[in-house]
Design a protein around this ligand. Structure first.
Ligand code: GH3
Ligand code: MG
Ligand code: MG
Ligand code: MG
Length: 322
C-alpha cells in the first residue's frame, strides 16, 4: 500500500489554513493521480473563499489521515487501486468513520457498486461536475462536524452527570453507583470498603455571618483539602449542602480512621480564607467512619457512618467517631 500511496501525485497547497478549519471549510485530502481533474477539484473546493486545506496522501497513512475531515478517492487512478484503499480504511478502527467521497467513471457500475458496498459515504461521477462535487463534499464535512459536536456534548453531559457543580468533586449519584459495586464485591469475598461521612460544624453560622457566597467558598476550600488528604484510589464526593462522603476501596476501619483524623486536624488547624470574610475563619468538621461487614448494603454501611457523625456532634463537634 505504501508504494501505491507514493505513486499518488502530490497536489496539495501546503500546510496553511489549518487554524481556519472551523465553519464551513474543512481539511480535505484528495487521492487522485489525474492531474487535471485534481486541479479542477482543488479549484472548485476552494471557491467562495471557503477555508479549505487540501493535501495528498503521504507515506504514512495514519498520520496523513489524522485530523482530516474528508477523503476524496478516485477509484480509477492508474497508479493504484482506490477501492483497495477504501477497503483498507474501512477495516481500520481509526479510519472506520472517516468521511470518504469516491470518484467513479460514469457508467462504471461494477466500481460504483463496489464502492458503496465497501462503505463510501457518497459518490461523484467522472467527469466531475464542480458544483455537485462541492455540494456533496461539504455535506460530508458538515455532517462530520455535527457528529463531533454531538459527541463532545455527550461527553460533557456524561461528566456533568457525575460531578458536583460547586466543588468539582464526585456527586451523590456517582458515590452511590461506586459504593454499590464496591459493597457487592466485598460481599463476594473481595476487599473491605470503608466510608467517611463529613459534616461541617455550625455551617449555618458561616452563611449567616458572611453570606452564602463566602459559604460556597468555604465549601470549595474544604473540597480541596478533602481531595488532597485522601489517597489516590479514594473517592471524595459531595452529597449536597455541607455534607461530604469519602468512599475508600480496600480500606480497613483502622486505616479509614487514621485518614479521617488527618482530614479533621488539617481542617481545624489551618483557618479558611474566603472573599468577603475580613479575617481567616476557623472551620471544623465532624466525621463518622464505618467499614463494610458481611451482608452490608450501601445503606447499612452509610447508616453506621452517619451514626458516627451524630455522636461526634453530640460530643462537641470537631471529632472523628468510629
Ligand atoms: P451542625 O454543626 O449541626 O452540622 O450545624 P450546621 O449549621 O452545619 O447544620 P445545618 O444542617 O443546621 O445547616 C446547614 C447549612 O448549610 C444550612 C444551609 O443554609 C447551608 N447550605 C446548604 N447547602 C449550601 C450551599 O450549597 N452553599 C452554602 N453556602 N450553604 C449551604
Ligand atoms: Mg446539620
Ligand atoms: Mg453541618
Ligand atoms: Mg448537615
Amino acid at each position: 500500500l505504501r508504494e501505491r500511496e507514493e505513486s499518488v501525485r502530490r497536489i496539495g497547497i501546503g500546510d496553511a489554513g489549518i487554524e481556519r478549519l472551523r465553519g464551513t471549510g474543512g481539511r480535505i485530502v484528495i487521492v487522485d493521480d489525474h492531474d487535471e481533474q485534481a486541479a479542477h477539484i482543488v479549484a472548485e473546493l476552494g471557491k467562495n473563499h471557503r477555508p479549505v486545506h487540501l493535501g495528498t496522501m503521504g507515506n504514512d497513512l495514519s498520520s496523513s489521515i489524522n485530523g482530516v475531515d474528508l477523503l476524496i478517492i478516485n477509484a480509477a487512478t492508474k497508479g493504484f487501486d482506490g477501492l483497495r484503499l477504501l477497503a483498507h480504511l474501512r477495516a481500520r478502527e481509526s479510519t472506520r468513520n472517516l468521511p470518504i467521497l469516491t470518484l467513479v467513471d460514469t457508467g462504471d457500475r461494477p466500481r460504483l457498486l463496489k464502492a458503496l458496498e465497501l462503505g463510501t459515504n457518497d459518490i461523484v461521477s467522472i467527469p466531475v461536475d464542480g458544483h455537485e462535487l462541492s455540494a456533496r463534499a461539504f455535506t460530508q464535512v458538515r455532517r462530520k462536524r455535527y457528529t463531533e459536536f454531538l459527541r463532545e456534548r455527550l461527553e460533557r453531559n456524561l461528566e456533568a452527570a457525575v460531578t458536583d457543580v460547586l466543588t468539582g468533586l464526585h456527586n451523590r449519584r456517582y458515590m452511590s453507583s461506586q459504593l454499590q459495586s464496591l459493597v457487592s464485591r466485598a460481599n463476594l469475598g473481595g476487599d473491605q470498603v470503608a466510608v467517611l461521612i463529613l459534616d461541617l460544624d455550625h455551617f449555618k453560622i458561616i452563611n449567616d455571618s458572611f453570606g452564602h457566597d463566602a459559604g460556597d467558598e468555604v465549601l470549595r476550600e474544604f473540597a480541596v483539602r478533602l481531595a488532597t488528604n485522601v489517597r489516590a484510589l479514594d473517592l471524595p464526593c459531595r452529597l449536597g449542602g455541607e455534607e461530604f462522603v469519602v468512599v475508600m476501596p480496600g480500606t480497613s476501619l483502622e486505616d479509614a480512621q487514621t485518614i479521617a483524623e488527618r482530614i479533621r486536624s488539617n481542617v481545624s488547624r489551618e483557618p479558611f480564607r474566603a472573599k468577603g470574610m475580613g479575617e481567616a475563619l476557623t472551620v471544623t468538621v465532624s466525621v463518622g467512619v464505618a467499614a463494610s461487614v458481611p451482608d452490608d448494603t450501601p445503606e447499612t454501611l452509610l447508616k453506621r457512618a452517619d451514626q458516627g457523625v451524630y455522636e461526634a456532634k453530640a460530643l462537641g463537634r470537631d471529632k472523628v467517631v468510629v
